[in-house]
Design a protein around this ligand. Structure first.
Ligand code: ADP
Ligand code: MG
Length: 247
């Protein structure tokens, strides 16, 4: 039988910025193998949710459990070490390193490693680099300096860097920012391919992208949970239309 493998539980989390609740008693669970899209109008609290999961912002109330462990008081580096990794809106690739070396660096999770260049990619990281190059579709671009990639390719490389860390929970905040329709569609394919062993939390407000991802959707509004369901269910919901689609 398929026993649910709960990876993340955000349990009644409130984040209070001097009386303003960016998150207000918000809850969400994520199983291993699940991709969830969180949508909501600007200011709904989506980025704050990611900031809180990764430990950059502290919950003023509620708990965050990762594989059953309360991570709510851990520093960010320890949360990352436990297997959560976040991709930010702006690409954070190292422009003067090749695509493959950016991935090797992420696999190593050691930002000093690249300074000892000249030794090539350490053996332990090679398999992860090859696997990730295939996953993000940049195998033929492996030797290209990351700074010379097109915007979409940089975003895919950065998703690859998140994957290469070996993280089990990937947080992707607006992975299609600045992309045209063709790149957006390829990004949806890539995220669908991220595999059954991980869980992916995607934040976006591009409904065509959400349609293509075909994942379950959680709608936030003013820091609160509003709705959860399939894209079709969420699209047909009048409350969602009022707060989000009509925006
Ligand atoms: P979203 O990503 O859904 O657009 P955010 O999580 O960035 O929304 O922001 C939610 C609300 O919280 C916004 O009104 C924002 O101005 C506010 N906010 C975010 N960070 C802070 C902060 N550090 N201090 C005060 N208010 C903040
Ligand atoms: Mg945001």
């Amino acid at each position: 039988s398929a026993v649910a493998d709960l990876l993340l539980a955000v349990d009644g989390v409130t984040v209070d910025f001097d009386g303003f609740k960016a998150l207000d008693n918000f809850s969400l669970t994520l199983q291993r193998g699940e991709t969830r899209v969180v949508i909501g109008p600007n200011g709904a609290g989506k980025s704050t949710l990611c900031d809180t999961i990764i430990g950059r912002v502290r919950a003023t109330d509620g708990r965050i459990l990762f594989r059953g462990e309360d991570i709510g008081r851990l520093p960010e580096q320890q949360i990352v070490a436990r297997g959560i990794c976040r991709k930010f809106q702006a690409p954070g690739v190292l422009p003067n390193l090749s695509v493959a070396d950016n991935l090797a660096l992420a696999a190593r999770r050691d930002r000093r490693w690249w300074k000892s260049f000249g030794f090539g990619i350490p053996v332990g990281e090679r398999a992860m680099v090859e696997e990730t190059l295939d996953l993000i579709g940049l195998a033929d671009r492996r030797a290209v300096m990351a700074g010379l990639l097109a915007h979409g390719e940089k975003q895919w490389l950065e998703i690859g860097m998140v994957v290469a860390t070996g993280a089990e929970l990937l947080l992707l905040d607006e992975p299609t920012a600045g992309m045209g329709p063709a790149e957006t569609s390829r990004t949806a394919d890539l995220i669908r391919d991220l595999g059954a062993d991980r869980a992916v939390l995607v934040i976006d407000h591009d409904m065509s992208f959400v349609d293509q991802l075909a994942a379950s959707v959680t709608v936030m509004h003013q820091g609160r949970f509003l709705k959860q369901g399939s894209v079709a269910e969420v699209r047909a919901d009048p409350e969602v239309a009022a707060v989000y689609l009509g925006h």
